[in-house]
Design a protein around this ligand. Structure first.
Ligand SMILES: O=C[C@H](O)COP(=O)(O)O
Length: 257
């Protein structure tokens, strides 16, 4: 059985103090490792170190929101895989829609980042998802195929073992317009079939596929209850403990059912 992953992407939010307070509440809530659920927070770069210390000794893991593919050198503004590991990251988000559509990141760059992160020992959450215009033009599956092919080019199955996929329809991110359970399940099923076709059926059965886009306490259980939805990548609702913990609780409930 796949273990749920509930991840909070804080984006460019929190102060050091509010981030530490939030992390402290999550650490208290997830004080011990749980069989069915894994919890992850992805703070802004400047706070990663402080948040790692705050959750140390709890079951909460820490990830970064991006990484650069070079190991070091003259790359102003960028951070390397080793730097992230040095400050306590186990995971990194790569290819988030805001990186793709606001910062203009392309699949080739995303692929380099995925390779560097896995080679350096980080687990990767690769984000994919279509724009509203692409969904309306019935291109959702073609867009997902293109992003998977580009992002995972020349990545072996043993490397892909360190990978989680996050399906995040761009039109659902930060809008309050959540995908229906049918829309989410259909996209996740398509992504799992893509993995089966490009790797193996056994591997496709194991890989976790998260849903992201306006996940809240009141829709989490229905989304996470879909057969191919293995967790959530949560933005806005991950910024307050009393909004995020009920989403973790929904995963706990389903995992123990
Ligand atoms: O990474 C998280 C997603 O972009 C979802 O954000 P949201 O929960 O605020 O819609």
């Amino acid at each position: 059985m796949r273990r749920y992953l509930v991840a909070g992407n804080w984006k460019m939010n929190t102060t050091r103090a509010t981030g530490e307070e939030l992390a402290g509440a999550l650490a208290a809530n997830a004080s011990a490792e749980e069989a069915g659920v894994e919890v992850l927070v992805c703070p802004p770069f400047p706070y990663v170190s402080a948040i790692s210390e705050k959750v140390s000794g709890s079951a909460v893991q820490v990830g970064a929101q991006d990484v650069y593919f070079e190991a070091g050198g003259a790359f102003t503004g960028e951070v390397s895989v080793d730097m992230l590991k040095d400050v306590g990251c186990q995971y990194v988000l790569i290819g988030h829609s805001e990186r793709r559509h606001v910062m203009g990141e392309c699949d080739e760059t995303i692929n380099k980042k995925v390779k560097a992160a896995i080679a350096g020992g980080l687990k990767v959450v690769l984000c994919v998802g279509e724009l509203l215009s692409e969904r309306e033009a019935s291109q959702t599956e073609a867009v997902l195929d293109r992003q998977m092919e580009g992002g995972l080019a020349d990545i072996s199955e043993s490397d892909a073992n360190h990978l989680v996929i996050a399906y995040e329809p761009v039109w659902a991110i930060g809008t309050g317009v959540v995908a229906t359970t049918e829309q989410a399940e259909s996209a996740h099923d398509h992504l799992r079939k893509w993995v089966a076709k490009h790797y193996t059926a056994a591997f496709a059965d194991q890989i976790r596929i998260l849903y992201g886009g306006s996940v809240k306490a009141d829709n989490a259980e229905a989304l996470l209850g879909q057969p191919n939805v293995d967790g959530a990548l949560v933005g806005g609702a991950s910024l307050k403990a009393d909004a995020f913990i009920p989403i973790i609780d929904a995963a706990r409930k389903l995992a123990s059912a």
